[in-house]
Design a protein around this ligand. Structure first.
Ligand SMILES: Cc1cc2nc3c(=O)[nH]c(=O)nc-3n(C[C@H](O)[C@H](O)[C@H](O)COP(=O)(O)O)c2cc1C
Length: 212
């Protein structure tokens, strides 16, 4: 994965000692919006996969996948490939790979590393999760859902995550990748591992990789 340092090294002087903290960003290549299989063929081939090879996703594949999931398809408004209730855009896509967990930033089409290390196994309760090249985690930020009561927040964030998950299913069917969306996960433990705030709620996870 090509990496570049956004702010270089942030040097913080704490308690008289120097602490260096790297802010790691991965700028993704532009998504390839040409081609893909015809829609009716993709619908014919869509299915869940639960056996993955260890092969990582090339960066272009990851770029295409994330853009399909929740990328900006109208730069003038910042609106997305997936619909979102009241245009709240409350779902953040976290990406767990072998070398860390990243937050996908649709504007800028980049990944911001939030946790170092391989946390893939902690994104679910099924064995294949540790093997899939990436595990996407759909996290609702309830702070963005202005005017919604708690029932509406739960309902619309679940609905909006479903659209993202289906975009991923369709992209994977087109690209020959395997995927399965997952509701069975230890949300409390994963939220702690990701350092989420109380208003951030994990809705679903989705494994993606090359089928075995
Ligand atoms: C909201 C939701 C949650 C799901 N959770 C899991 C899960 O935790 N683990 C899993 O293996 N599959 C999960 N699935 C996948 C379903 O089991 C799968 O879609 C279903 O068996 C139909 O198979 P198909 O996707 O191949 O059509 C989930 C699907 C949905 C829509």
């Amino acid at each position: 994965m090509r990496k570049w340092t956004l702010l270089g090294m942030l040097c913080l002087s704490l308690m008289g000692g120097a602490v260096a903290q790297e802010v790691s960003m991965v700028k993704l290549p532009p998504p390839d919006m040409r081609g893909g299989k015809p829609l009716m063929q993709v619908l014919h081939e869509r299915h869940s996969t639960r056996e993955f090879s260890a092969k990582p996703l090339p960066q272009q594949e990851l770029s295409n996948l994330l853009w399909a999931a929740a990328g900006v398809n109208r730069p003038q408004t910042g609106q997305r490939t997936a619909p979102t209730a009241r245009d709240w855009r409350e779902i953040d896509v976290y990406v767990a790979t072998a070398d860390g967990v990243y937050l996908y930033e649709p504007v800028g089409h980049a990944l911001r590393r939030v946790v170092a290390g391989d946390l893939r196994a902690r994104t679910g309760v099924q064995d294949f999760v540790a093997m899939a090249a990436v595990n996407l985690i759909y996290v609702a930020n309830f702070e963005r859902m202005s005017g919604a009561d708690s029932e509406q927040k739960s309902f619309y964030s679940a609905t909006d995550s479903g659209f993202i998950a289906q975009n991923v299913y369709l992209y994977c069917a087109s690209a020959g990748l395997g995927t399965v969306v997952r509701g069975s996960l230890d949300r409390e433990a994963l939220a702690a591992a990701l350092g989420l705030k109380p208003q951030q709620k994990i809705i679903l996870a989705q494994s993606v990789g090359y089928p075995k």
